[in-house]
Each structure stands twice: as structure tokens, then as C-alpha cells.
Write a protein that binds this ligand. Sequence first.
Ligand SMILES: NC(=O)c1ccc[n+]([C@@H]2O[C@H](COP(=O)([O-])OP(=O)(O)OC[C@H]3O[C@@H](n4cnc5c(N)ncnc54)[C@H](OP(=O)(O)O)[C@@H]3O)[C@@H](O)[C@H]2O)c1
Length: 329
Amino acid sequence: MGDLSWGIAGTGTIALVLGRQIQAEPGMRVAAVGSRTKERAQGIAAELGAGRGYGSYAEMIADPDVDVVYVATPPTQHRPIIELAAAAGKAVLCEKPFAADAESAAAMIETARAAGIFVMEAMWLRFDPLVRRLVDLVADGILGDVHSVHATFGRIIAPTPTERLWDASRGGGCLLDFAVYPLSLGQLVLGEPSRVRASGVMTDSGVDTEVGLLLDYPAGRRGLYEASMVSPLSNTAAVCGTVQRAELGAPLFLPPHLTVKAGHGSTATVYERGFEPNGYVGELREVVRCLDLGLTETPLMPLADTVSCLQVIDHVRRDLSGRVGNSSE
Ligand SMILES: NC(=O)c1ccc[n+]([C@@H]2O[C@H](COP(=O)([O-])OP(=O)(O)OC[C@H]3O[C@@H](n4cnc5c(N)ncnc54)[C@H](OP(=O)(O)O)[C@@H]3O)[C@@H](O)[C@H]2O)c1
């Protein structure tokens, strides 16, 4: 395969971050940007050195030079773009959370499968080399039997009138934007939960601002997760086994190191990030690998996991609705 040409849908924060990573990565380039506003598309296209900026996502997707569509709009706006890409037979990398709820996600996956296109949730955590190493350590039994995963993700998001995270109609809230990371990590290590309990705060306008989650997994294992958009949480993770504990250092979105130790006073083994690429680069390379192999889905971020994670979020959101400050089960 020659250079992979990307088309970006959206011109917000992450569109620019990932667009720069694409341009920096050998063997790929941004060919076009699509926006609801042509001027914005052209502005971001110029900033990224991309050829064209279109005033609609449909025009960008129809560009014959675009091989892969990167969806970087709010979660409530992912579905129509995936439908357009499927109709055009183009591969898709879709930002997390894949959709605003599990039902939409399942419908989007069905559309993609019917069209035979490749589709993947841009859950960078699954492609970070230190997280991959952690998964290997677990599989090799280095930690012993894993009994629990602890993870937090939170930072203060100022409630301005234009802030997406404070707007329920655009998929705001800490569950969809932040809790997905601890949940995805727990799912990676422990599998599917058998029971979900939560404590959290939901505003009158339907935005979940902070949440504590206790998930049971088979064989008495558990996940303890916290997400917040009103507190700067530690943004770390620990996977605890019967022999050793592995810790991903802050910030969880780019852990500088993975530390493995038996307990206080014991000698730690530290895996440094060094020159290893981040999760964004990892996910871009995984798209290339899968397309080269003719896959329509990556085994590293299965679509079933994408849906199941959203089912947990749906469950918690439903239970917290109208129960400000209450816990749910
Ligand atoms: N992977 C990560 O590290 C990471 C980090 C942050 C966010 N995200 C995810 O990426 C997605 C976008 O997040 P973001 O922070 O980049 O959002 P953002 O800054 O608000 O940008 C979203 C873009 O989507 C387009 N859009 C389409 N419909 C929209 C609507 N109704 N309201 C607002 N914008 C709309 C807009 O571009 P045009 O108007 O130009 O079309 C806007 O610039 C979300 O799913 C989020 O969870 C991922």
C-alpha cells in the first residue's frame, strides 16, 4: 500500500492533535478536512498542510483521494458521518466514545459491517506500548492472579456556555469523555463485568459531572474507577495481582512509565516510555496494519468491547438521572 490518505471530519481540539500526528507519521498524510464551515475546514487544512478543506463532511468523504475517514466530532455526531463513509466504502477511525449510547454504536457497527468497511474506535489507551506491555505481564502471570484494577481520569472543565462537556445535547459529561478510559482498561484486563454499581452527580441539565464506579467481574474480581470534570484526579491506574502490582504513572493518557512491584520496600521494575510512540501513533499504525491485512476490525479494540463499554455507561447514566448525589446499582 502507498501513502495512506486521511480525511478529517471536524476541526476541534482532537482533530488538530491527531491531524498533526498523521502528518508526522511516515507513510500517511492528511488529504482533506471537512467541517460544517468551509472557512474552518480550509484554515485547519492549511495548518496541517492538507490539500483541501470542504464545507461539509459529505464532500470530504466523497474526495477520491481520501482512503480513511477520521471522525473527530462530538459523540452525538459520529453516526451520520460513519453512514456516509460506509456508503462511500471508506475505512473509518472514529473518536471515543464511539457513540453517545450503546444502541447507536451497535447500529453504526451494523452499517459498517453491511458495507464491509474497516471501522475502529480511536481508544488510544489500547495502543499505548506501555499498556500493551502491561497486558503481556498479566498474560504471562507476572502479577500473579489479577484481583482488581483501580483507575481514575479527571480534570477540571470550566462550565463556559460553549463547553461541549457541559452540554448534554453534544454528549457532555464525564462518563462518556473520561470514564471510558478506566472502563476500557478494566475491560482489557478483567473482561466483562457481572455487576455495576455507581455513585455520582448528575446536574439538572443531564450532565454527569463526577462518578465513582464499582464493577464486579467473574471470580470475585473488581474494578474501582473514578471520573470527574470538577476535580483534578490522579489520572493513574493500578492492576493488582496476588504476586505484584503494576502501576501506570500519570497522566494516564500518556503514562511516562509502568512500575511493577510486590509491595512497599520491595524492588520495583520500571519500564520507561523512552522513545516509544504514544497511543495516538499506535492507533494510526494499527489502522494501516489492519488495512494491509484486509481486516474490517482490529483485535486490539474489538467492536464488541466498544458496545459493551457503552452499555455500562448507559446503565450508570440511567440510574444517576434525577438522583443527584445518589448511588445506583
Ligand atoms: N482521543 C483523545 O485524546 C480525545 C481527546 C479529546 C476529545 N476526544 C473525543 O473526540 C471527539 C471530539 O472532541 P473535541 O474535544 O475535539 O471536541 P471539540 O473541540 O468540541 O470539536 C468538535 C468538532 O466537531 C464538529 N462538530 C460537528 N457537530 C458539532 C456540534 N453539534 N457541536 C460542536 N461541534 C460539532 C466541529 O467542527 P466543525 O464545525 O468544523 O465541523 C467541532 O470543531 C469527542 O468524541 C471526544 O470525546 C478524544
